[in-house]
Design a protein around this ligand. Structure first.
Ligand SMILES: [Ca+2]
Length: 116
């Protein structure tokens, strides 16, 4: 019995991080931020908040979103959270996150920014 528990724990630890990703969080973000699946931001999927599809470290926008959620002590995409994060220019490209999302550009990628 004990041996099978260790084998089970070993198997669990070997599961790729992609399997542990939380699609419900992405779906919640898309709904709260009114992101259409066919839009550029919608197509970005994980990269909206993370460095790369296979690197779940937060990008600048994901970091700010996470930090704002901790500051507000919320675990959901509340209107207050969206408003607070919307005022920030996470990637320092001169456009607020709200402006970027409205323009369908990535708020965590300074190379992606609205046309002037
Ligand atoms: Ca950007």
């Amino acid at each position: 019995m004990r041996r099978s528990l260790w084998i089970g724990a070993g198997l669990l630890l070997s599961v790729p991080i992609a399997v542990l990703a939380k699609p419900e969080i992405q779906a919640g973000a898309h709904k709260a931020l009114k992101i259409k699946p066919t839009s550029r931001v919608g197509q970005a999927q994980c990269v909206l908040c993370h460095v790369a599809p296979n690197n779940y470290k937060f990008n600048r926008f994901g970091h700010d979103l996470h930090e704002a959620a901790e500051k507000l002590k919320v675990k959901a995409f509340t209107p207050e959270l969206i408003k607070l994060v919307g005022r920030i220019d996470s990637d320092k490209d001169g456009y607020t996150n709200a402006r970027e999302l409205a323009a369908d550009t990535l708020p965590g990628d300074p190379k992606s920014k609205p046309r002037k």
